[in-house]
Structures are given as structure tokens and as C-alpha cells.
Ligand binder design. Sequence first.
Ligand SMILES: Cc1cc2nc3c(=O)[nH]c(=O)nc-3n(C[C@H](O)[C@H](O)[C@H](O)COP(=O)(O)OP(=O)(O)OC[C@H]3O[C@@H](n4cnc5c(N)ncnc54)[C@H](O)[C@@H]3O)c2cc1C
Length: 287
Amino acid sequence: MQIHQPADLNDAIRLLASNDEVRCLAGGQSLVPMLNLGLVDPPALVSLRHVAGLDRIERGEDGSLSIGAMASQAALAAFQATGQHQVLVQAARQMAHPAIRNFGTVGGSLCHADPAADLPPAAVAAGATFSISGPGGAREVAAEDFFVDYLTTALSDAEILTGIAVPAPASNSAGHYYKYARVDGDYATVSVAVSLSADAGVCSGARIVLGSCAQVPLRLDEADAALVGSAVVDGSVDTDAVARAGTMLQQAAEPLDDVRGTAAYRRRLIPGLVARAVARAAAEIGT
Ligand SMILES: Cc1cc2nc3c(=O)[nH]c(=O)nc-3n(C[C@H](O)[C@H](O)[C@H](O)COP(=O)(O)OP(=O)(O)OC[C@H]3O[C@@H](n4cnc5c(N)ncnc54)[C@H](O)[C@@H]3O)c2cc1C
């Protein structure tokens, strides 16, 4: 097998386009195990490690956040985030172990699209937009539309995720990522990513996203709407509103059934974990 190490994005795209079976290599933390197990057998890999400019994490003057696809998970975990951006940093901090986070990249995790992974629900909760480049040029896709099915994304052949952009946080906002796992460092049994904003003691925006509860991150307009307009007093959200949101998500969930928990067990956990994650986000807002 050949390994290409281009320094230019267009060269990387050209190499990927040369054969349908050629794959990108980012941190290798999911792809290399798949190669070892014989699950994939590409004729060549295109490493993105030397492609210039893909590993930056930058806060814009307007407060927006831009994260390059090749930024390591460890770099994101160490980033000092504010407001709703915290949901991404907290998710990165809970991924696997330090050795994996040092090699594993933000883009690799998002493109692998494991339903139990931590960054996909956090990216949806943060309202991120994904930047993609390929033979047809550049395009942008909302995080929610990027995850299509189990290990399947909206990327077409020879397309590369170059980074994600997250809008500036609202002035009175917080993000929280709550991961429920069998042991520290394991994939989530169920995870809840929350982005919350409040204005004068009233919830002005909410996004609640479940991980490991469907083939893709699960968010419902009606569950988010149940929170908007409810009281946020002394760092806590109206518990009836949160319970309604939790029940809606529980009913919509089609959880995985695997070694980390049966589907029934996961479904049972949802309302309690939603309540816990929303309470922690509200406490971080502190109004
Ligand atoms: C023991 C272990 C424990 C783990 N625990 C967790 C956990 O608790 N939570 C969690 O979320 N993850 C966990 N992971 C997965 C880890 O986060 C991986 O780093 C991640 O899934 C893949 O990132 P990578 O950079 O290593 O990508 P790679 O393995 O290099 O690539 C993964 C896939 O994405 C494609 N790809 C990569 N980058 C791009 C790009 N920019 N554009 C287009 N396609 C691209 C590749 O072609 C490949 O198909 C664990 C992994 C291991 C080995």
C-alpha cells in the first residue's frame, strides 16, 4: 500500500480522486485499527498531516470559532472556550485517553461518524457548519446534515473535510457535554450535548443532542422548543419543561444495542441524563 503525504490541499484531492478506494489518513486512531482488522484494504492512503493550515483552532474577532480538521482532539480539549463553545471542548476532554487524543483529530472523528463518538453530537449542539473541499470545489454543510447514517457522512468521493466553524456564542450562554460511559475512556453508553442561552431569566435558545441513541446524533425541534421561553432562575431551568424535552427525545430514540448497553437500558437513561446535562449548562450560565 502506498502512503502519499501531500503538502497542498489540491494535491490531496487529486490523489483521492485517482481511485475510489483511496482513503484519507488523519490521526489513524480509527482507520489503522480498521486496516489491522482487514475491514478496509485501500490501495493507497493520503495523509493530511502535512497539508498546510488544516490544524489551526482560531477565535475570530466576532467571537466565532474556527477549528481545522487536522486539529488534534487534545488541542481542542485544551482550548479556553466560552459560552456555547464549551460543549465542544468538554466533549473533546472526554474522548478516549490522552494518547488517542494526541493523535486523533477533530476531522477524523467527525468523518468516521461513529454514532457513539463524542464530537458529532457536540458539533450539532454547537450549531457548527462543516467546510468541505473536493474535485467540484468548496461547499458548506450544516453539522446536522453531515451525519447521514452509521459511519456514513455527506462527503462525496474525494471530498475532504477542511474544518468546522461555530458562530459566536450568545452573551449569556453555556454549553455542556454529559457523557455516561461504563468506565472512564470508553465510548458513551449515552451522551447528551447541550447548548443553552438565557435572556432576563428566560431561556432564549436551546439545542439538546443525544449521542449513541440513533445512527446519527439525535436532535428534535420540538424538544428544543419545549425549553425556549421557560424560566431560568438561579442557574436552573424549569424542571417540567426539561422533563417534557427528555420524554420527547426518549420516544424518538432508536438506541444502539451493543456491549455498552441494551437499547432498552439506553432508552431508560435518556430523561435523567437530559435533566442532568441541562441543569449543568444552566448552572454555568448562572442566571
Ligand atoms: C481505544 C480507542 C478508544 C476510543 N475512544 C473514543 C471515545 O471515547 N470517544 C470518541 O469519540 N472516539 C473514541 N475513539 C476514536 C478516536 O477519537 C479517533 O481518533 C477518531 O474516531 C478518528 O480520528 P482520526 O484523526 O484518528 O481519524 P482516522 O482514523 O485517520 O480516519 C477516520 C476516518 O475518517 C476519514 N477522514 C479523516 N479525516 C478526514 C478528513 N479531514 N476529510 C475526509 N475524511 C477524513 C478517514 O479516511 C477514515 O475513514 C477511540 C479510539 C480508540 C482506538
